[in-house]
Design a protein around this ligand. Sequence first.
Ligand code: PLP
Length: 387
Amino acid sequence: MKNFETQAIRNQTERTQYSEHSTPLYLTSSFVFDDAEDMRASFAEEKQRNLYSRFTNPNTTEFVDKIVAMEGAEAGYAFATGMSAIFSSFAALLNAGDHIVSCRSVFGSTHSMFTKYLPKWNIETSYFKVDEVDRVESLIQENTKILYIETPTNPAVDILDLEVIGNIAKKHNLIFIVDNCFATPYIQQPIKFGADLVIHSATKLIDGQGRVLGGVTVGKSDLIREIYLFARNTGPAMSPFNAWVLSKSLETLAIRVEKHCENALKVAQFLEEHKQVEFVKYPFLKSHPQYHTAKQQMKLGGNIVAFEIKGGLASGRKFLNNIKMCSLSANLGDTRTIVTHPSSTTHGKLSEEERLEVGITNGLVRISVGLENVEDIINDLQQALTA
Ligand SMILES: *Cc1c(COP(=O)(O)O)cnc(C)c1O
């Protein structure tokens, strides 16, 4: 088995008669057959080949094969967005009346899926907080089918113990699904700790340059088969163009993530010393409440730093207004550093109590640390904190 970086670069679609070095873009919606028998056998899945780009395409296959190798999975499927990967995976595996156990701290749209849409099919979700892993077993019911988490969580960068939760899933025969978006497979491979499926929004660090949307689910081949058949018929496929962009992005994932994390640690250390800052949360700072778990399951601390600015809501808004170089944007995992103030923006619709339940205090600022020179990032934060 080749090493991680090599998999990301050398897992490549077979060369065409033109002997190209870098994989071309297969911008085609369908593929042709030699004769009636070829077409019959292909549709009957007696042959493994491309039929139609809603099913597979050489570019999406290359992208998926790389993620499968990087996550240590058996199989996978690529989606148009991270949310279509999440929704399709749940929709493919659940029946009406099934039950989910999930950590409360999940991506906003995932939370809406649990609370607004899955209940339409009588699928309910029970939640535990990040510090209530000892309650997980008591939430499991006879009809529970999926145990779902994100780690690190958004935006408070809490860490959940993958091994502990993986063992609970195994004991109760649940499908353990991990959204590994914040870590990327370079930092953390949840399958090693018992995950059955791993989901990514490829829009974030996998693209890494804020260009295209994408999503992917990888894991056990029997589960992926169900998800593939669901997607093949309902149509959330990734476009070949986006797959081509994202597969190229994976070639530099390791080196980009190394630098993101190096910059993020320096930003976290700078903030920890600053007198306008109440506290800083970064998985690889000793002060992080789950530092030891982070060290056990993550290779690096990630690129997201959260900190509490003194003075609450008003100070958070003022800080954002004083930022000069960094971007105010909803994305993360970009080359450009992005700052957000969740309690007045992404999570503004929640009540203060609901926000506090998921670790979003009034002055919490989230920084997605980019690849600019870290001195320039720190200087911008410094002037905005003192302005
Ligand atoms: C962005 C994000 C998603 C959704 O991905 P899209 O590509 O925007 O649909 C899901 N989970 C996490 C943790 C995310 O950050």
